[in-house]
Write a protein that binds this ligand. Structure first.
Ligand code: DHB
Ligand code: FE
Length: 250
């Protein structure tokens, strides 16, 4: 660990110095940056937000570079452990408010050898039709917009829910100001989160995005990976997202 710290931190300092030299950073600008970071750290959740916004996706890329299964993606801050258990097939509790396009998300989970995996615990969570998260934001209890599925004997799962909408990360603080100064907005495209777990397999955290929709090409978290952008297909009059998983061994 000390060796790792030595290697990584020397590289990190060198990388920052290169940027400073390239852009002729002045002492005043360095002091401004320190003040900005200090203010960020002194504001609740702001440093977490900033680091997650800019760097969580990079940890997913590190995982993806080592793995051969499906692409991992950022977890975001809104996973909750105790979502309602609904077996291999069921419904996510939703509210009858706002626009709520019903959708189906279904798929199959396999291992690297192509063998279906039963008994995978698959958490699914996403925003309300207002772009908020249950159990986190005001007025929406945690048993809504989340579920824990378990794949059947052939690795299948299927869940009915409503389509999430784009999500704006808090943009009134230093993270929002930083994004703005970079010429960027604070929106994420509509997305659905997944966490797949079974002993013997790597915990797999990912998301899906919807083909052709707002912000897919300009996610503030830069987390959109082509493989995770999925088109709707119509099956028996329902709008269906098919998300299959190939999971790496632990
Ligand atoms: C944030 C929120 C999300 O729903 C997400 O998927 C990623 C990041 C955030 O607020 O930082
Ligand atoms: Fe999210």
């Amino acid at each position: 660990m000390i060796e790792r710290s030595k290697t990584v931190m020397n590289d990190l300092v060198a990388a920052i110095r290169n940027v400073m030299l390239k852009h002729e950073i002045t002492n005043e600008e360095l002091r401004f940056a320190v003040k900005y970071l200090k203010e960020t750290a002194n504001t609740e959740f702001e440093l977490e937000l900033m680091m997650e916004n800019f760097f969580e996706i990079t940890t997913a890329h590190v995982t993806n570079n080592k793995n051969s299964g499906s692409a991992s993606n950022i977890a975001g801050p809104f996973f909750l452990e105790d979502a309602p258990d609904i077996g291999s097939e069921g419904e996510i509790k939703t509210l009858e408010e706002g626009e709520h396009l019903p959708i189906v998300i279904r798929g199959q989970i396999k291992d690297l050898a192509g063998k279906p995996i039963s008994g995978v615990k698959l958490d699914v969570w996403h925003s309300t039709p207002r772009g908020t998260y249950s159990g986190v934001h005001e007025g929406i209890p945690s048993e809504y917009y989340r579920a824990k599925l378990t794949t059947d004997e052939m690795g299948y799962y299927k869940v009915r829910t409503t389509k999430p909408v784009p999500y704006q990360i808090p943009d009134n603080g230093n993270t929002g100001r930083l994004l703005k100064s970079m010429g960027r907005h604070a929106w994420r495209p509509a997305h659905v989160h997944f966490k797949a777990r079974k002993p013997g397999l790597q915990e797999h955290i990912t998301q899906v995005y919807f083909n052709g929709e707002d912000y897919v090409d300009s996610d503030c978290c830069e987390a959109v990976i082509d493989e995770l952008v999925i088109p709707f297909v119509e099956e028996n009059g329902e709008q269906v997202i098919i998300k299959n998983f190939v999971l790496d061994a632990a």
